[in-house]
Design a protein around this ligand. Sequence first.
Ligand code: C2E
Ligand code: MG
Ligand code: MG
Length: 561
Amino acid sequence: MIYTNQEIYLGFLERLVNLTHTEVFDHDSYRVLLKDICEYYRIAKGVTEFYPTQRKELLKQGEIFCDFDNGKGEKVLYRYRFITRAKAVIIGTIYVEDNGETWSDEELEQLDVMFRVILGFVSRMRLIRTLEDFGFHDIDGYYNFRAFARFLDIANTENRLGGMVTFHIDLHNFTMVNAEISRQNGDIVLKNYYKMLCDVIGETGIVIRLGGDKFIGIFDRKVKRKVFNLFSGVPVAYDNKNEKFVRVSAAAGVYMLPNPYMLKSPGDIMDKIMLAGNAAKLQTESAIIIFDDKMKKEKDRVKKVQTEFRDGLEKEEFHVYYQPKVDLQTRQLKGAEALCRWFRNGKIIPPLDFIPILEINNDICDLDFYMLDHVCRDIRRWLDEGRDVVRVSVNMSRKHLVDVDLLEHIMEIIDRNNVPHEYIEIELTETTTDVLFRDLKRVVCGLQEQGVWTAVDDFGMGYSSLNLIRDIPWNVLKIDKNFVPKQVSEEDTIVNKMFKHVIALAQDIGLECVIEGVETIDQLDVLRLNNCFIVQGYFFDRPLPVPDFEYRMDRKVYPEE
Ligand code: C2E
Ligand code: MG
Ligand code: MG
């Protein structure tokens, strides 16, 4: 059967129009159609150029596609340039062989129509891609959260999420890496590490950057070991020659999707990997923590404490308990530490169940001021009742240190209650950074000037340094129970020697030493042997409610054991 030129043309048009209904422009049928058209109309090469803006066209920053080329095209048959409504520039050029051949008006008209359709089509597809680039990447070219959500959505529809592994990572010490090799090189390291992840994870998963040095992603269980190796630490290059490396490792929170798994929302996965990620970050070494349901319970507990705290404060559910400090030589009550107890719904909540939580968002500061206020009220009342009052120490979380008005705040509370300054002692713990150390020094010196006592709490735990007692004028060193040898018979051990010399040193520079957590008579012997005589511990008393403590205060002397 022989077709007329018009029929062939209409056939081409129909195939074209059908193609425009499919979304896949890179589709083979498009290439076949293009080849058919070009061969029929004796076209050697078709080139389309796409520039997202006119400025990019001037700068020649665009994309050029050559969808058909038989290698013989030299002469331009014609050229279209048009600007879309979104101000993108599309240019199409048709090349033919320079062999004297001619085209009829009818043919040129047909070509014109078809290529306009094709270019319109190209421009639409390119715009969609540009939008994708904007929508699914951040400004540095990393995939963004939307890309993650889209991935989950598609994988969910295809029913292949079950058994996959999702993660959140926070690179370890990246601020230090930036400081060491410069921020610019730090960026290169980030890119390269990201590429390594993408390469290992491949097409079946995705990695996206949340911002800074934080990434999340999802991958197939089969590559788990390889991905985990990257989390645990790998050298990453930051020069072109692959000669300069830094080691990159990550704190990773991982959630293994159950199989089968139906996606509720990306937020559900986010919650879990962030929770596990936060737990991983608390470890000093890079760590991979797998989410389990206990974490969820812990999170709920944190939330509950945080929401109930304000209410408890308002209702005065927090009570001050006083734990006596006793002088071993005279067996007299020397002082007390104020410790917090939360009475809620008929139960007593111990401080370790809520104080670390209140420290997360600085709520602790309000509790500490509340405690100080209540202690001051008690002392004022005792003084007014003519009791022989002892000094009371109050704990201040290190979270206060950044508060420039801390000193004023403390003094305001003490003075408002009209309490002589020497009845109050403030307990602070050691700090971890230089900045905090400066703040700590400022606060302690300020209190000192006001005649308020100061104590280092939990000395010997954590980060004790000699600077702490050399550079800051404390009155009291409270030595943690774990630092105290258990028995005299341990005399020759390192524990014993350290204890002995630290005590001697502290006393030599005029610090009062209080030993915390003394429970047994054996410990008392160790203390006597080392000339330390002020003791706070269950051996004498647990933290006591006010009436019990008042009884102790009035009796003053503890009977012999
Ligand atoms: P801390 O300041 O080191 O207080 C001493 C802790 O040791 C108290 O625990 C006390 O009950 C316990 N203790 C005392 N003697 C013994 C003993 O012989 N054996 C044992 N095993 N433990 C003993 P508590 O009351 O549970 O308080 C725990 C921590 O909570 C305190 O440690 C302190 O860091 C914090 N805390 C308590 N109340 C407050 C507060 O009002 N504000 C702040 N910021 N922290 C507080
Ligand atoms: Mg304390
Ligand atoms: Mg302590």
